[in-house]
Design a protein around this ligand. Structure first.
Ligand SMILES: [Zn+2]
Length: 224
């Protein structure tokens, strides 16, 4: 999908200033090999850039100090341009906020296999929908870039991880209740006691999610 694109030369970046994530980084390898992420790529339209730079000297959280270099114009796009409203629906790829050209992304191995098997669908998408999806992606990126430039995008410091954990716990509880009801032979099988157990499990799931998000999103870059 991105083989025709120019590559970002990851060796050009100053390793004293930047922590460089590229093809050998464990998270990029994980993106390529995790079968579950094929769902994110093909169904949700989530894409991961091939190269990301983290400013080692920034005192902001890692998600606020990560940049995506453009191989066309050299712009360092904030990774936040590919989050928020623009985290998904990027089936046609990611686009630079400055020159609107496509940024190379990682392709999951299982997405690749699925695309080979369903290649007529892929060709139809390219012929009829790619331009429309691409225009929408560029528009979302431009909008976020404007917000980023005006400092109106929320930062990790603005994020309430307690609220995130609570929302996840609530969602988890709802999903578990619905699936338990479907799996029960009758409505009476699903008792109040079961709901109590699910509520306790949901509290733990929400707490775990909140802590994980705080660690992943809110951590500061290491200066090594
Ligand atoms: Zn560019």
């Amino acid at each position: 999908m991105s083989t025709h694109l120019p590559k970002v030369d990851h060796t050009q970046f100053d390793r004293e200033k930047w922590k460089v994530w590229h093809k050998n980084h464990p998270l990029i390898i994980h993106w390529r090999l995790n079968p579950g992420l094929a769902f994110n790529e093909l169904i949700l339209g989530q894409r991961n850039p091939e190269v990301m730079l983290i400013d080692k000297h920034s005192d902001k959280a890692e998600c606020d100090s990560t940049f995506v270099p453009c191989p066309h114009c050299g712009e360092l796009n904030s990774s936040k341009l590919y989050a928020h409203d623009n985290a998904f629906k990027n089936w046609a790829g990611l686009y630079c906020g400055s020159c609107d050209k496509q940024i190379p992304t990682v392709l999951n191995l299982f997405s690749f296999l699925a695309l080979i098997i369903t290649f007529p669908l892929f060709i139809c998408f390219t012929m009829f929908y790619k331009e429309k999806v691409k225009t929408a992606s560029i528009k979302r990126t431009k909008k976020l870039r404007e917000q980023y430039t005006n400092n109106t995008l929320p930062t990790a410091e603005d994020t309430s991880f307690t609220k995130l954990g609570f929302q996840f716990g609530l969602y988890f509880f709802g999903a578990m209740c619905v699936s338990s009801l479907f799996l029960s032979d009758s409505m009476t099988d699903f008792e109040l006691r079961d709901m109590g157990v699910l509520a306790i499990c949901s509290c733990f799931a929400g707490l775990l999610f909140g802590v994980l998000m705080k660690f992943m999103v809110g951590r500061k870059p290491k200066r090594t």
